[in-house]
Design a protein around this ligand. Sequence first.
Ligand code: CA
Length: 234
Amino acid sequence: MPLILVVEDEPKIAEAIRKTLSLDPSFIGEFVALSALALPAALRLKPDLILLDIRLPDGDGRQVLQGLKRNAATSRIPVVFLTGLGSEGDKVLGLEWGADDYIVKPFGAMELLARLRAVLRRYRPEAASAGDIELGPLSLEPSERRALLGGKDLRLRPREFEILQLLASHPGKTLSRSFLIENSSAYGLPVPTRSLDTHIKNIRKKLGEKASSWIETIPKLGYRLSVPGRRMDG
Ligand code: CA
């Protein structure tokens, strides 16, 4: 159960991260909004990973990182920067300060989860397959962003993988269009709703003739993944 300490002052972003972490039941999130609270929270919670905003109202996330690295009790906790800065120079600077990765706002839910899993995997190799999904002949490996059918790589595009991953995480359940769009897109960016249908069309095509019908269109609601031989109350 990876515990993620999130240091983020913007309520909207914090809420987006909270929603994102709730998509994977194995993640637990704890939140603080000030740089001064980051080290005390890290010492108290001993998180598996810290998601750290660079621009905080009472200080700079890079200084928080320095403090974490200087303290023997927290120096080995991986840190992922949240940055709205965006430019190449700032990204490199973040990594030079000793962060393990960075994610640029606005980010997508699935992208964030994939980054967190990748960093956790480096630190805890046993967690590598923790998020894998097996549904009969269909298997998804979120850490590799790869979907396999009968062992064959479907070669999904990132957005296609994210949509299939959402459906496969809730087998037999109808997911609304808005849920699928919101969680497979970058928070805060305008979303072309029509593209959802295009992505579904492409996923079905890649699943092939037989398996394409596993993704059902539920009129006026959304989509549902039902893999034969699977319990449908999933
Ligand atoms: Ca901020």
